[in-house]
Design a protein around this ligand. Structure first.
Ligand SMILES: [Zn+2]
Length: 241
């Protein structure tokens, strides 16, 4: 089976890639969708707009090739999208097109979806256009959130997973997280909760207990807004199955 994995070098996609390479013999392609060349509305853009992500993805792929097994690695540059593009939905459309063109059999998205039904809406979007192939949300099925991932990933690889929206570099050239974006705040709090002896489930739960950290609260409001925007459609094909 040919697996196409949306890959950002953050915890979710690094964990999925590591497990699928380790536990299966599938033909795996890690694909980083880069928004580096997007010029509009930077503050809406995600970490995908940062050039560091490409560098980090390449670095992690190299580590996985050396320590787990061989696979393909690809960077796809995304063009200018409207300001309100939902990249998750865009990914569903792009994957449907690739499925119809027989590029891969299974398409993987790193959504940790067991808290909401967002994955169902995403899946419906894929199935609206795809005439073959499958969209899969392994973290939703495995019930693995970032706290589990932090505990299970090999130490070296765990250190390489960077979810930050705007990391910098240390003097020796290594990437360093900014410490202030929603992903950095979340990861710090989860690590803190884990080091206090909480289970991974509890460590995640504690994030959303009052008082919620203001940066996480803001990020949650932003996501609510984004979920209601008009999505950009690129797939021309119609569902025939
Ligand atoms: Zn950060």
């Amino acid at each position: 089976m040919r697996y196409w994995i949306g890959f950002t070098g953050g915890y979710d996609s690094t964990y999925i890639s590591w497990r699928l390479l380790k536990e299966t013999n599938h033909e795996i392609t890690l694909v980083n969708y880069s928004q580096t060349f997007m010029t509009k509305n930077r503050e809406f853009s995600t970490a995908g707009a940062s050039a560091y992500q490409q560098v980090n993805c390449r670095r992690i792929s190299k580590w996985l090739k050396k320590n787990v097994r061989d696979h393909k690695f690809k960077i796809i540059n995304q063009p200018n999208f409207p300001d309100n593009t939902d990249f998750a939905k865009q990914y569903m459309h792009d994957c449907a097109e690739l499925a119809n063109n027989d590029v891969a059999d299974v398409f993987v998205h790193g959504l940790v979806g067991f808290y909401t039904d967002r994955w169902k809406r995403m899946l419906a979007e894929f199935e609206k256009y795809a005439t073959k192939g499958r969209m899969w949300f392994p973290l939703t099925e495995w019930k693995k959130d970032v706290a589990h991932q932090m505990l299970e990933l090999p130490e070296e690889l765990e250190k390489m997973a960077i979810s930050c929206h705007g990391p910098g570099t240390e003097e020796n050239g290594n990437l360093i997280e900014c410490g202030g974006c929603p992903k950095c705040i979340r990861n710090q709090l989860v690590k803190e909760n884990l080091s206090n002896g909480n289970s991974p489930e509890r460590a995640m739960e504690m994030l959303f207990e009052e008082p919620i950290h203001p940066v996480l609260f803001q990020a949650r409001e932003f996501r609510k807004q984004r979920n209601s925007v008009v999505w950009n459609v690129s797939v021309e094909s119609q569902k025939t199955r």
